[in-house]
Design a protein around this ligand. Sequence first.
Ligand code: HMG
Ligand code: MG
Length: 325
Amino acid sequence: MKEPTSDRTGDRAGDPTRRRSAARIVEVGPRDGLQNEQQTVTTETKLELIDRLGAAGVTAIEAASFVSPKWIPQMADHADLMRRLVRRPGVSYPVLTPNLKGFEGALAAGATEVAVFASASESFSQKNINCSIAESIARFEPVFDAAKASGIAVRGYVSCVVDCPYEGPIEPQAVADLARALYERGAHEVSLGDTIGTGTPATIERMLDAVARVVPIDRVAGHYHDTYGMAVANVDASWRFGVRTFDSSVSGLGGCPYAKGATGNVATEDVVYLLHGLGADTGIDLDRLVDTSVWISERLGRAPGSRVTRALLAKRSGPATAPAA
Ligand code: HMG
Ligand code: MG
């Protein structure tokens, strides 16, 4: 069994005398964001979004999901998209695979990293992937085996790490048990999803405390939806806890089709602004990211969902005139 590390100190946040430490962003907008979009988004637009994100310096971009098109029609173009994807060196393009059928489709379409997704809540597991938590792990076993045989990295998701839309609060230990099960089966990283965005720094930290006992903190990612406006605070708390990888969605796109009312992930621009302010190096050019946010928002016919983007756009358009005395 892999041993969890007890060192979760990381670099001290905000101390300018210390080495800038690396933070990793996993951009999930093209998948988590667009899976919930009511209007049709063409494969061309998705490909251009992915390309623009790569050009802005994002090194992990979740591109699609190989799930049933009857369940998530927005992702039905997954194979075409992966075949046409122009890969940038040093960038990974993981895709979601709920079972062996999804994995085989992803492999045939050229995916080199996949993600399996489980839920710490039984009800959400049933609604989302039509099986129990135990059944989901059993379905992932052949995916882990096949991925190992093909040299494909597997990421593991745990949903409902704080609350479930059907069951309410979820015990941190249930999250830790599932995170451990995914890690022990070979997930290189376990992403902890606050699916409905109800978490606060206190509940997130309690949950991380349980998970960090069984999975090394450098193998943990935070995946926080922003429904209650807490996601940036939750990223900050997680960073201080020692988490260095965060999932986010450009312009805050998205939501989960099986979590009614849940909004998108925390906006990538807001996370990058926060992390740069903490002295972290993301490798991302915030200006280019803002341009990408504006571009996809225009395509979708709405204002950018990121406070940072809106602030930087206002700044770009010139200095504010002082109010008359
Ligand atoms: P099922 O109906 O139980 O599957 O769905 P089944 O095995 O009984 O098969 C039924 C039909 O689906 C068959 O086709 C299969 O071939 C087909 P038919 O014979 O009827 O024509 N099928 C598939 N087709 C394409 N791709 C596949 C696949 N598997 C079976 N992989 C299933 C089970 C998991 C497929 C279904 O429930 C599903 O697709 N669910 C999608 C759930 C989803 O994508 N949710 C959103 C992503 S998760 C999320 O957003 C949370 C996250 O962001 C973290 C967080 O925020 O917490 C990750
Ligand atoms: Mg999500």
